[in-house]
Design a protein around this ligand. Structure first.
Ligand code: SAM
Ligand code: SF4
Length: 321
């Protein structure tokens, strides 16, 4: 359905947990973080119930996120269930990759349509510093498993930060050179701890990649249906993409809503507003009421996000990115 600004909303990001086995300093910096008790997380039955309503309002694509979604051990079961929901055309997942190699077969068997791995540095020391865990080898094993899998859409997501990877962007982009892995650069957003880092804007990343590989040209074909713009570098098999919420505000074409792990349906990443679906689900709301609540949330989606710090107190790991 369309919101009141005529944007067509057809995509939802569902965060299945706020727990994570990394501690990326821009997302979940503290060692001890209060996480939701199990009973506060939506159960798979509750998530499935919400997802049965979504196609009725025009939502056809689901991204599972977190926290780290693979921390929910039976996530493949949820994927299997969601793939059976009539009207849902695509179920994909975003992960930090640490648990991927060992789980990839079950995700593939469940019918996952795509997997994004987040990785900001290929240097073990920097990785250890940024994520506060020494798990780079596990992530690289996960990426390798992904590249040799039959999972259709595979992407690597990297957040450029001058302090961590400013001199490494070409090396990261090169992962797309001889592989079917698209590499995307996502501008740091002022949500949670994001503002404490030196964001590298899209144009600077492009300049560094052009200096390393030669001029880039807009990629032909479809590589995703979100806000990323894709380009080919000379001699590359797969594209590099840019998601630039700060330098190229794309609010006018935003197509998404978000469900937090505790069941709050958010209409915009940068604002706290939305609807407590968990309360409705657990207080006996019928399908009609749930449907109306989802429609109301979409309709009330804000026109655009603020320029500076987000008006949202949740951290990124509590939303799902
Ligand atoms: N743990 C999974 C992962 O890392 O892919 C899924 C959740 S994580 C919150 C989703 C994505 O959000 C990651 O790619 C991460 O780099 C990104 N992210 C977290 N905080 C961010 C921020 N302030 N600005 C931009 N991206 C951010
Ligand atoms: Fe965990 Fe992903 Fe946040 Fe890193 S970005 S702390 S992996 S949720």
């Amino acid at each position: 359905m369309k919101d009141k600004y005529e944007r067509n909303i057809d995509y939802i990001r569902i965060s299945v947990t706020d727990r994570c086995n990394l501690r990326c300093r821009y997302c979940m910096p503290d060692e001890q973080v209060p996480v939701l008790p199990d009973g506060e997380l939506l159960s798979f039955e509750e998530i499935e119930r919400v997802c049965r309503i979504l196609p009725k309002v025009g939502i056809r694509r689901i991204k599972l996120t977190g926290g780290e979604p693979l921390m929910r051990k039976d996530i493949a079961e949820l994927i299997t269930r969601l793939k059976k929901v009539e009207g849902i055309e695509q179920v994909t997942l975003t992960t930090n990759g640490t648990l991927l190699a060992d789980r990839i077969k079950e995700l593939e068997a469940a019918g996952i349509d795509g997997i994004n791995v987040s990785l900001d540095t290929l240097d073990p020391e920097r990785f250890g510093h940024l994520t506060q865990r020494r798990r780079l080898e596990d992530v690289l094993r996960g990426i390798k498993a992904l590249q040799t899998s039959d999972i259709p859409r595979i992407k690597l997501n990297c957040v450029p930060m001058e302090e961590i990877n400013g001199d490494e962007l070409a090396r990261l982009a090169a992962l797309a050179k001889d592989s079917r892995l698209a590499v995307r650069f996502i501008e740091m957003m002022p949500v949670g701890n994001g503002q404490q880092w030196t964001m590298i804007p899209e144009q600077t990343v492009k300049d560094r990649l052009t200096a390393a590989f030669g001029p880039m040209t807009p990629a032909k074909g479809s590589f995703g249906s979100g806000p990323a713009a894709y380009y080919m570098l000379p001699g590359f098999r797969s594209p590099v993409g840019f998601i630039s919420a700060m330098s190229h505000m794309f609010c006018s074409s935003c197509n998404r809503i978000r469900l937090t792990p505790d069941g709050f349906l958010k209409s915009c990443l940068f604002f706290g507003g939305g609807t407590d679906l968990k309360h409705l689900l657990r207080s006996g709301a019928d399908e009609e009421l749930l449907d109306a609540a989802v429609r109301e949330t979409i309709w009330e989606k804000p026109r655009q996000h603020p320029d500076g710090q987000a008006e949202e107190n949740r951290k990124m790991y509590q939303i799902g990115g």
